[in-house]
Design a protein around this ligand. Structure first.
Ligand code: G16
Length: 548
């Protein structure tokens, strides 16, 4: 494409998606996230970038997802998905940030510069899949993304309202038809189909029962489960709540993030003692379980629990099929409960890697294992199987002893239930249900594996969250000066104390995490660390205080 045709890039920007704000915006933990009304020009420009990326990848399909996931309704966001369904290559995040922030007048020349820099062959075809969540601002933003694609003569395909993991899945399938069919139906066929298949092999027994309550966070995940529910022939009895009707607001007092952070049950869900409840987030990429006991105390089964459930069950199957050469490992972040890490390393004897927050970091680290289980405590995670692992397991289904074959066949079904492109609440839900069913376990038995250390997460608003820098997978703080010393001093006062702080990549705040021997102490430590952040990093508003 000769540079003169880039005029249209400017024309579209000026006429339809002008940059109306000078607020600097950065490609963060999961793309750009901010108030929806500040995003239209950013999303248009991501349409341009997706086309360039597709051409650099020889015309393979790139994904654009319009969502602010766990954030509240007024926010929105956009992120790019690479051809294998994984997050955008990190080195392109700086390019995305540059393109998002230039003025309309400089957009044409910056686009041209990027094309040269990344050596995109603009004569190639380019294909971009666009998905969106249920936010009322999403259709307008999806249209802006589409215009960006058209401006550079790429071919956009709008998938409409889908969960974030469905978009990742479709992108992968479009580029690798062995993975599945690149449609929502193709997703159900593969993931739900494999679950139904496995249920034929694993009869319900023991303490497991097929009733599952689900909190849909008033988002897209619940809506999709409502479609799936109709095709389940009693394999799972889904009671769905918070599906977006009756004035329920997206992620407001419900959903996986609310449940995990506040450690409270969501509104809008009927509660029966010891009934397991699965809570999804707004775009269906996170999953948390919980139950209330007969005294209405809440028991959380978070991402760490799901990861340990997966790791222990897959290890069991690998042992049965004697595929002991396959190296299974687990990837966590600093948010992982200390008790979970201890249980994984000391009891399950599975190696653990700790990385920075952001599924892209976990995904990358998980690739180092034959089978890499990765999970953030917030319920975001999946399992990756190397080609070697898949080949070995497949071979056992053909050549193994009867018991080995059976275990290997189960593993193949489990691989099919798994959305390997990214953490996926729906796929994870079917995997958890499969494992609990296989073990004949109820939620109390699942919870009994280990006891969580009490913990607390808080948010602190500061003038500039980037004033906080961290190292050692975010476990140590390098700026502002003196903050880490203060944290060490505070932590030293508590039995089994641990705390860290980090700037959020999806909200304009600093996150604080603390754990200790009792809930009261964890709460106190979290507030004291928040006060240190407030004092040393330019806190805004009211200084954090312990509730009276
Ligand atoms: C996104 C990321 C997650 C991350 C979360 C919070 O989740 O995909 O990896 O843990 O944001 O990030 P931060 O603490 O930097 O704000 P989601 O579900 O919002 O896409």
């Amino acid at each position: 494409m000769p540079p003169s045709s880039l005029r249209v890039v400017y024309a579209f920007a000026r006429e339809m998606h002008p940059k109306t704000s000078d607020v600097f915006i950065q490609y963060g933990t999961a793309g750009f996230r901010t108030k929806a009304n500040l995003l239209e020009h950013v999303v248009y420009r991501m349409g341009l970038l997706a086309v360039i990326r597709s051409r650099v990848k020889n015309g393979r399909t790139i994904g654009i997802m319009i969502t602010a996931s766990h954030n509240l309704e007024p926010d929105n966001g956009v992120k790019l998905v690479d051809p294998d369904g994984e997050m955008l290559e990190q080195s392109w995040e700086e390019i995305a940030t540059r393109l998002a922030n230039v003025s309309d007048n400089d957009l044409e020349s910056t686009t041209e510069q990027v094309i040269r820099e990344v050596k995109a062959d603009m004569s190639l075809k380019a294909s971009v899949f666009i998905g969106m969540d249920t936010r009322y601002t999403s259709p307008r933003l999806a249209a802006a993304a589409s215009n960006g694609v058209i401006a550079l003569k790429g071919t956009p395909k709008e998938l409409g309202i889908v969960t974030t993991p469905m978009l990742h899945f479709c992108v992968r399938c479009r580029n690798d038809n062995k993975y599945g069919t690149p449609t929502e139906e193709g997703y159900y066929e593969k993931i739900v189909g494999a679950f139904k298949n496995i249920r034929q092999k694993l009869p319900v027994f023991g303490e497991y029962n097929t009733t599952l309550y689900v909190d849909g966070a008033n988002g897209v995940g619940g809506k999709k489960l409502n479609i799936i529910r109709k095709s389940l022939d009693g394999e799972l009895d889904l009671n769905l709540y918070n599906l977006g009707g009756n004035g329920g607001k997206l992620n407001l007092n419900c959903g996986a993030d609310f449940v995990k952070v506040s450690q409270k049950p969501p509104v809008g869900v009927e509660h029966v003692p010891f009934q397991r409840v699965a809570s999804l987030d707004g775009d269906g990429d996170r999953l948390i379980y919980y139950f209330l006991d007969d005294k209405e105390n809440m028991h959380l089964l978070d991402g760490d629990r799901i990861a340990t459930l997966y790791a222990s069950y897959i290890t069991e199957l690998l042992n049965t099929c004697e595929a002991r050469d396959l190296k299974l490992g687990l990837v966590q972040t600093a948010y992982a409960n200390g008790a979970s890490t201890k249980y994984i390393t000391e009891e399950l004897k599975v190696p653990v890697t700790c990385v920075k927050t952001g599924v892209k970091h976990l995904h990358h680290a998980a690739l180092a294992y034959d089978i890499g289980v990765y999970f953030e405590a917030n319920g975001h995670g999946t399992v990756l199987y190397s080609q070697n692992a898949k080949n070995t397991i497949r071979k056992i289904t053909l050549e193994g002893e009867p018991e080995q074959r059976k275990a290997a066949e189960l593993l193949l079904n489990i691989i099919d239930i798994t959305n390997e492109t990214v953490g996926d609440a729906i796929s994870d839900l079917f995997l958890v249900e499969t494992i609990l069913c296989a073990r004949g376990e109820n939620v109390r038995q699942w919870l009994a594996a280990y006891t969580d250390l009490p913990c607390r997460q808080l948010k602190v608003t500061v003038q500039d969250r980037n004033a906080i820098s961290t190292t050692d997978a975010e476990r140590q703080c390098t700026a502002p000066e003196g903050l880490q010393l203060k944290i060490d001093e505070l932590v030293g006062k508590y039995a089994n104390g641990r705390a860290f702080v980090r700037p959020s990549g999806t909200e304009d705040i600093v996150r604080v995490y603390a754990e200790s021997d009792t809930q009261q102490e964890a709460d106190k430590l979290a507030v004291e660390v928040s006060q240190a952040v407030f004092d040393l990093a330019g806190g805004v508003g009211n200084r954090p205080e312990l509730p009276a």
